[in-house]
Design a protein around this ligand. Structure first.
Ligand code: 13P
Length: 336
């Protein structure tokens, strides 16, 4: 198992590339399509996602793709499996395995994610279909009293149990504790919450015997709430690195941030600042964005086949700019 997971880690972590999150659930993709006036039919989802994966040269900047269950079994119009389209570009297919979230009873305002029952069997099936890594997301809203102590423990426990099941079948888990940016909280409050969350997660991973060498962490960046004034990128980088260093063991090979509702440019700027400030850090500091990679592509595509090339061009550009941000070489004047 560990040799197989080591190969997956080596394919995903090369200091140059990130992960595309294209695993929007049926509800979420419907919302993204509605924003560009496109109906979420199976055909439209196939057209859109196969266009993303077929983007020429994408493999230069993207090492892995997180798919939704439907996509793992889908083919393009020529009958090639979308997993094969990804693999042909040197992109490792992965799979979202959680089944969404709901309220956590006993902890008003906190959430909990579903999907542990039968997970080992599902993972074995996904592996047969080409998936080499998985993703599970726990969600933490920030409010005056959230996350609660129970919320912290219960969510960490879910992530650790999921990760342990993944590793038992040779699948590399992406552990995603998403602290939401909704609200008007300060960057200091975000730092304090993320610190408690990451600490609880690594404590639970340890208790469940999860091997840190074979997992990826997908955290939020430490930013102020969406309704609070923006923080300078240097401050985001400083807080994010400070809290990561306090809580994430050096054995973890890579940290792949989510974008969480930041604009594409903001997410890239922050990733660049984090890498520029990090110096010799024990982990790769990369990305696993959904919205911050896809938004410009969705706007360019708008459900029309004639726009596919234009959508692929802006998508490739976002992927390249985030690759440059990993190297600390991104500049805002590269945007227009
Ligand atoms: P965003 O980058 O849009 O936050 O999505 C990342 C993701 O995979 C959420 O689970």
């Amino acid at each position: 198992m560990s040799e197989e997971m080591q190969r997956t880690i080596e394919a995903l972590v090369d200091g140059q590339r990130g992960i595309l999150a294209a695993d929007e659930s049926s509800g979420t993709i419907a919302k993204r399509f509605a924003a560009i006036g496109v109906e979420s039919t199976e055909q439209n989802r196939q057209a859109y996602r196969s266009a993303l994966l077929a983007t020429p040269d994408l493999g230069q900047y993207i090492a892995g793709v997180i798919l939704f269950e439907e996509t793992l079994e889908q083919c393009d119009t020529e009958g090639t499996a979308l997993t094969a389209v990804a693999q042909a570009q040197g992109i490792v297919p992965g799979i979202k395995v959680d089944k969404g979230k709901g309220p956590l009873p006993g902890a008003p305002g906190d959430m909990i994610t579903y999907g542990l029952d039968g997970l080992a069997e599902r993972l074995t099936d996904y592996k047969d279909k080409g998936a080499r890594f998985a993703k599970w997301r726990e969600v933490y809203p920030i409010s005056h009293h959230n996350p609660t102590a129970l919320g912290l423990t219960a969510n960490a426990e879910m992530l650790a149990r999921y990760a342990a099941v993944c590793q038992s079948v040779g699948i590399v888990p992406i552990v995603e504790p998403e602290v939401l940016i909704d609200g008007d909280h300060s960057i200091e409050r975000s730092a304090a919450v993320n610190e408690r969350v990451w600490h609880a997660v690594f404590h639970a991973l340890h208790q469940h015997g999860v091997e840190l060498e074979y997992l990826l962490l997908k955290p939020s960046m430490v930013t102020p709430g969406k309704s609070a004034p923006r923080a300078p990128v240097e401050q985001v980088a400083e807080w994010t690195l400070k809290i990561l260093r306090r809580t994430v063991p050096a054995a973890v090979p890579s940290i792949n941030f989510l974008s969480g509702g930041q604009s594409p440019q903001e997410a890239t700027k922050n990733l660049n600042a984090i890498n520029a400030l990090s110096g010799q850090s024990p982990w790769q500091l990369s990305f696993s964005f959904a919205r911050a990679l896809q938004e410009p592509a969705l706007q360019a595509w708008r459900g029309e086949a004639v726009n596919t090339g234009a959508a692929q061009a802006v998508f490739l550009k976002r992927a390249r700019l985030n690759h440059l941000a990993m190297l600390g070489e991104y500049r805002v004047d590269m945007e227009p």
